[in-house]
Design a protein around this ligand. Structure first.
Ligand code: EPZ
Length: 421
């Protein structure tokens, strides 16, 4: 049933937020368990709609999966199925990264094309280009890509696209290359921390892989891989979201299990704006100062400013007097949150792939609609900063990527409740 979040804005927030494991690290790592009959144990897995979808997909492919508290155990040596059904892949694009492991293991795969979504068309041309270079033949039929690669072998692949590198295309190629003959070199690979995590997990499984986390990844194929034990690192996007929430509500918050080294671009921009991040080991203390300057951002692949924090940053700028310009070079259409923020009194206009934000002194609560996962987070931030009551409808979008968000917020003093529509 549909639920909404009701937020009473402008209550002072303080205290500590525990950051969960990284959703975007865990999805490809779960897909990688398809590469072995061995048992893998993955800790610190966030309990989210997206992780549950990936687990359902693994089960539909024949794996035995147990998810207790925040630990996932994947095993079972039933023969793998090679078809990833539309009903699962269409609800979460991340499912497309089972294509590489299925091809590596079975030399064939039939995976539903992921639908587009509110942030853009979401093409898969780079995934298919890379896999074709390894020798896979593809046809598209009935909304599925059907790949056949009986004689795959390693080669050099340039994976740069119009919008830069691709995270999940890099993941698909890394996984496909682990079990095929020869050496694969991926140039213009994505450098996101989630790719580094995947490389570490594959290495623990026995893959011969170097350069993960840099633009050049080299994989020597091996005969087989074994199960591995791995602990997922903190979710940098969840951490960035709570940092921006603290900035927008002028609250001093402490984040536990948060890795500052993955948020350097955000830290730099917030210092320009007037918020200091004090970073110790796995703790970040957010300290808003008095002056708050309008600040422009442009998103880029890692280590650039992350597109997944663009909407949340816009919510901060909407409530910062002065003009800032927000450009998304990764997903140029990722602006669905503009209309909703404007319903709350923001003054934002879109001009092609840029948004011009004329920050206002105060936002006003209003009923708004969640859509994209991160746009929904932006509405929570705006609602907490705004005067009055905000209702965020279709809250299931938030549950895709934020574990227990309203509980984490209630713990630091937010007036936020979940009610049935
Ligand atoms: C991953 O998606 C993340 N998802 C996204 O996070 C994130 O926004 C994105 O990377 C960029 O950082 C997961 O990790 C599960 P891309 P992915 O391929 O891999 C274009 C969230 O909120 N492109 O790196 O699907 C694409 O259109 C989600 O957690 C092609 O042109 O994104 C985009 O413009 C949203 N051809 C750019 O590249 C392709 O074959 C980057 O996309 C593939 C992508």
């Amino acid at each position: 049933m549909l639920e909404k979040l009701v937020i009473e804005g402008q209550h002072p927030l303080k205290g500590t937020v525990e950051i969960s494991g990284s959703k975007n690290a865990v999805l490809p790592i779960l897909a990688a368990t398809l590469l072995t009959e061995g048992t893998s144990i993955i800790e610190n897995v966030p309990r989210l709609r997206d992780t549950l979808t990936m687990i359902a997909l693994l089960r539909s492919l024949g794996k035995d999966v147990d998810f207790t508290k925040n630990t996932v155990t994947v095993g079972g040596n039933k023969p793998l199925k090679h078809i990833a059904e539309y009903k699962l892949v269409s609800t979460m694009r991340g499912s497309f990264c089972v294509l590489g492991p299925l091809l590596a293991k079975l030399k064939k795969a039939k995976v539903s094309l992921p639908g587009g979504c509110v942030i853009g068309v979401r093409p898969v041309d780079l995934h298919l280009k890379g896999l074709k270079s390894l020798g896979v033949k593809f046809e598209v039929d009935g909304g599925y890509v059907i790949g056949d690669g009986p004689r795959m072998k390693g080669c050099q692949i340039y994976l740069g696209g119009v919008f830069g590198s691709s995270v999940l295309a890099t993941a698909n190629l890394m996984m496909a290359a682990t079990l095929i003959k020869g050496e694969t070199v991926i140039d213009s690979a994505a450098c996101e921390p989630e790719i580094y995590d995947l490389g570490c997990f594959l290495s623990k499984m026995g893959a011969q892989i170097t350069g993960h986390g840099t633009p050049r990844i080299i994989i020597q194929g091996v005969k087989e891989l074994k199960g591995a034990h791995y602990r997922i690192g903190p979710d940098r996007v969840e951490a960035g979201t709570y940092i921006l929430l603290a900035a927008a509500t002028k609250s001093t918050l402490t984040l536990k299990n948060a890795d500052c080294s993955q948020l350097v671009a955000l830290k730099d921009k917030l210092e320009e704006h007037g918020v200091e991040l004090q970073c110790e080991l796995q703790t970040i203390v957010v300290k808003p100062k008095f002056i708050r300057r309008p600040t422009s951002i442009t998103t880029y692949p890692y280590p650039g400013f992350p597109t997944d924090l663009q909407a949340q940053f816009m919510a901060l700028m909407a409530n910062t007097p002065g003009v800032s310009v927000i450009t998304d070079k990764v997903f140029p259409d990722r602006f669905i949150h503009i209309a909703e923020l404007n319903r709350m009194g923001a003054q934002i206009r879109r001009e092609g792939s840029i948004a011009v934000v004329e920050g206002v002194r105060v936002l006003h609560g209003a009923p708004v609609m969640a859509s994209d996962l991160r746009a929904s987070a932006a509405l929570v931030i705006a609602g907490l900063a705004a005067k009055g009551k905000t209702e965020i409808h279709r809250v299931y979008h938030l549950e895709r990527g934020y574990e227990g968000m309203e509980h984490k917020l209630q713990k630091i003093g937010a007036k936020i409740t979940r009610v049935k529509e």
